[in-house]
Design a binder for this molecule. Structure first.
Ligand code: FMN
Length: 245
């Protein structure tokens, strides 16, 4: 559902007041960042399937704060919290796929129950993910990680087998959200530095699986896809994360 600029402004004021209250009440840590639930991708599903594709060329432009919240929710958020179920299916509902968010400012983990980011480490680690050129340009990269702590009742082979499959659903959700946004692009990347990433995120029991650089499609390089839906808000991911800390 799209909102007017005025509605977005009022909503931001409300969010800032709410944040101040939550910090004051000790319910949030300084490194916690609540995300927007704005879904900025509302084209018909049939059109999103038509538009779904790999994009490797991004503009030097940040994502809007609302885009990141909508993207993470679509990727693997709770769509049926009362049933403990999410937008992506998982074998035995293990829900083992965690999403780490790499930005210029730091590395965060997506906390889907609270729909917020929690900071893991400060600093720009985007280029560590992979030497592939798209990671140097994309403002945000999502890294999908199997958390084996949620798979204690799986044998070792099944942990790898099922988490790899479950990761594929999250990856496709990311692709479809980008397609439906008419603005964002992404590429699933298996050619990544898994050991280095595991160290950065302090992974103890799990496996780094796949990464998705996300950016605004560079239509000069991807000229077969027109930008139809430029984002109107000026709120961008990096300044927003700065403000909220
Ligand atoms: C599991 C997986 C791993 C991939 N790894 C890479 C990668 O490391 N680098 C890359 O540029 N593309 C990668 N791709 C993207 C594929 O090359 C791309 O999906 C394929 O060429 C089909 O294009 P399409 O997605 O536009 O249909 C990967 C795709 C998948 C599904």
């Amino acid at each position: 559902m799209k909102r007017t600029k005025e509605q977005v402004r009022i909503s931001m004021k409300f969010q800032i007041c709410l944040l101040s209250l939550l910090f004051a009440a000790g319910m949030l840590q300084a490194q916690d960042i609540p995300l927007s639930m704005e879904i900025m991708a509302d084209m018909p599903t049939s059109e999103a399937f038509r538009q779904r594709k790999t994009v490797r060329d991004f503009r030097d432009e940040p994502l809007a704060f609302e885009e990141l919240g909508g993207l993470l929710w679509a990727a693997n958020g709770y769509n049926r919290p009362e049933e403990n179920k999410r937008t992506a299916p998982s074998a035995r509902n293990a829900q083992e796929i965690d999403i780490y968010v790499f930005t210029e400012e730091g590395v965060y983990i997506y906390m889907p129950k609270k729909h917020m980011l929690t900071q893991i480490v400060k600093g720009d680690y985007r280029r560590i993910i992979s030497e592939q050129k798209h990671f140097a340009v994309a403002p945000v990269s999502l890294v999908l990680v199997a958390n084996y702590e949620n798979m204690k009742n799986f044998d070792e082979e099944s942990k790898v087998f099922y988490s790899t499959m479950d990761c594929g659903y999250v990856s496709e959700n990311i692709y479809l959200y980008c397609a439906a946004s008419s603005r964002l692009g992404t590429v699933a990347c298996g050619g990544i530095n898994r050991d280095d990433i595991a160290k950065i995120i302090h992974l103890k029991n799990g496996k780094v699986l796949l990464a998705h650089p996300i950016g605004v499609v560079d239509e000069r390089a991807n000229n077969n896809r027109e930008l139809q839906n430029p984002v109107k808000t000026k709120q961008q991911v990096t300044p927003m994360l700065n403000q909220k800390r």
